[in-house]
Design a protein around this ligand. Structure first.
Ligand SMILES: NC(=O)C1=CN([C@@H]2O[C@H](COP(=O)(O)OP(=O)(O)OC[C@H]3O[C@@H](n4cnc5c(N)ncnc54)[C@H](O)[C@@H]3O)[C@@H](O)[C@H]2O)[C@@H](O)CC1
Ligand SMILES: Nc1ncnc2c1ncn2[C@@H]1O[C@H](COP(=O)(O)OP(=O)(O)O)[C@@H](O)[C@H]1O
Ligand SMILES: [K+]
Length: 454
């Protein structure tokens, strides 16, 4: 279930170097990258006039190649540069363009704008005047393309170092970079396209892709499909949302462990007053749990049951308060930003780095939620879900996600796979639910979201 690879700037340079060491010609790679990008730009804009902004490095080199190839297809192209080219390949690409080169600060706008100022080599923000000019030219264009990355974005963190416009399309070269999938950078790219440049890009971090889900086998029964125990607390609504999501996740049986009878819940969910974990393949603890001593006792009892666990919400608060103790293995924890900070403190690096460090430290699969959710495993694998509906930012959607994690964990037994499937199904249910939904509405979309991936 891996989407495209996500490589840091250093990992991308290493992949390029390995290709060069294997005999790939350096300038040839720039020609390949430029050709791949030019083909994408051509499909979007055809012969509409274009302005290509070229920087001093290899990103600018790609720009000169793109300009030449668009010109060859009959596009009226102008090039504007930010100084001289300072790499050998960039100089060669500029010479091959051979046409006039205007000054970025004075170039007139065009219908299509191509930003090849800076890519993975950016070390600081653009000068204010240059950044403002880039924004003005992009704003004046009907179609805008960023080559590899919008200029002004930090590759590895996704931070915005100087004013960056919203690009219609960003063409990632060879592999995605963290900035393509992490906020705030990812919000500056309307569409993200991965261009194959013909080199190997080994990666342990990927973009989250749509899962392939197995249907139940012919001889399946409710226990073989997985029993989920949901430990309820005082805020029963949250526990119900989780239980309802687990019941629509593909699991065979959901048992809600609540103090008293819960009205208005699916009759398929079996209610137990005692903490009965018998035959459970996964236990969910946290949504609606509370933070008092009774909550701690219920969490401790669930942890002791030796069943694969999903810990969310109240359970995360208690774990941060009282220490990790003996969290069962496997386990999934699903913190949002605030819970992550409380659990793991101020870790260095990008959101991907932080999620991976947290997974290593806790021994659990970490679903670090938000507009860019990162799913990280203790063994170093990570998947990043970008582009989920911002309508998910409504109360209770986290409870639904936690229920999905528990349900998929009961089905698969594999915490990383389960968490990836859950995050994808959650995002897909939100897409299907449309706008202004409440968390309960996601439940209705789940069977169709699953059916689409069988
Ligand atoms: N090695 C290659 O031949 C390939 C490189 N590729 C392209 O090359 C890019 C990386 O190229 P480079 O490493 O040359 O880096 P960039 O072209 O991104 O940046 C060029 C140089 O600009 C300087 N710089 C950084 N920030 C600046 C700022 N704010 N203002 C002024 N100058 C600044 C730095 O010295 C940096 O090395 C990738 O993003 C990709 O577009 C691709 O064409 C694939 C092949
Ligand atoms: N702006 C956003 N864009 C996409 N997804 C979001 C956004 N904000 C929150 N989400 C998702 O919505 C869910 C919210 O979970 P959480 O913060 O635990 O809420 P709650 O506790 O109210 O259920 C998470 O899955 C998170 O990734
Ligand atoms: K760029």
């Amino acid at each position: 279930m891996t989407g495209g690879p996500v490589l840091t700037a250093a990992q991308m340079r290493a992949a390029e170097q390995a290709a060069f060491d294997a005999g790939i010609d350096e300038y040839g790679l720039m020609e390949t990258a430029g050709a791949a990008a030019a083909a994408i730009i051509w499909r979007a804009g055809h012969k509409r006039d274009a302005l290509v902004l070229c920087g001093p490095g290899n990103n600018g080199g790609d720009g000169y190649v793109i300009a030449r190839l668009l010109r060859d297809r009959g596009v009226p192209v102008r090039v504007a540069a930010l100084g001289e080219s300072c790499t050998v390949s960039g100089q060669r690409a500029r010479a091959a363009w051979g046409g006039p080169v205007e000054n970025v600060m004075r170039a007139a706008p065009a219908t299509q704008l191509v930003d090849a100022l800076f890519g993975t080599g950016l070390t600081r923000g653009l000068d204010d005047a240059v950044a403002a000019r880039l924004c003005a030219l992009a704003g004046a264009a009907a179609i805008s393309h960023a080559i590899d990355l919008p200029s002004g974005i930090e590759t590895d963190s996704g931070a915005i170092l100087s004013a960056v416009p919203l690009f219609g399309t960003c063409i990632a070269l060879g592999a995605y970079k963290p900035a393509h999938v992490l906020q705030p950078a990812a919000g500056h790219m309307g569409r993200l396209v991965l261009a194959d440049i013909g080199i190997a890009t080994p990666a342990t971090v990927h973009r989250l892709s749509a899962p392939v889900l197995p249907a139940p086998v012919a001889q399946a029964h409710k226990y073989t499909r997985g029993l989920v125990a949901v430990v309820a607390g005082d805020m029963i609504g949250a526990s119900c949302l989780s239980a309802e999501a687990a019941a629509r996740s593909g699991a065979g049986y959901v048992r809600l462990l609540a103090h008293g009878p819960v009205p208005r819940m699916s009759h398929a969910i079996v209610q137990h007053a005692s903490l009965d974990f018998g035959r459970a393949k996964a236990v969910l603890v946290g949504p609606g749990l509370g933070r008092d001593h009774a909550a701690w006792e219920r969490l401790a009892a669930a942890a002791k049951a030796g069943v694969p666990m999903v810990a969310d919400a109240g359970a995360l608060w208690l774990l941060a308060e009282k220490g990790w103790g003996d969290l069962p293995s496997p386990a999934i924890v699903t913190p949002h930003e605030g819970e992550f900070q409380r659990l793991f403190g101020d870790l260095p690096g990008s959101k991907i780095d932080r999620a991976l460090a947290a997974a290593r430290r806790s021994g659990a699969v970490v679903v670090y939620k938000g507009a860019d959710s990162v799913i990280a495993a203790p063994d170093g694998r990570a998947a990043v879900a970008s582009g989920a509906s911002p309508w998910l930012s409504t109360a209770g959607t986290g409870d639904v996600l936690a229920g999905l994690c528990a349900g998929r964990l009961a089905v698969t037994g594999d915490p990383f796979r389960a968490a990836c499937e859950a995050v994808w199904l959650h995002g897909e249910a939100a897409r299907r639910a449309g706008a202004a939904f409440v968390a309960d509405d996601l439940l209705e979309s789940l069977p169709a979201a699953i059916a689409a991936r069988l």
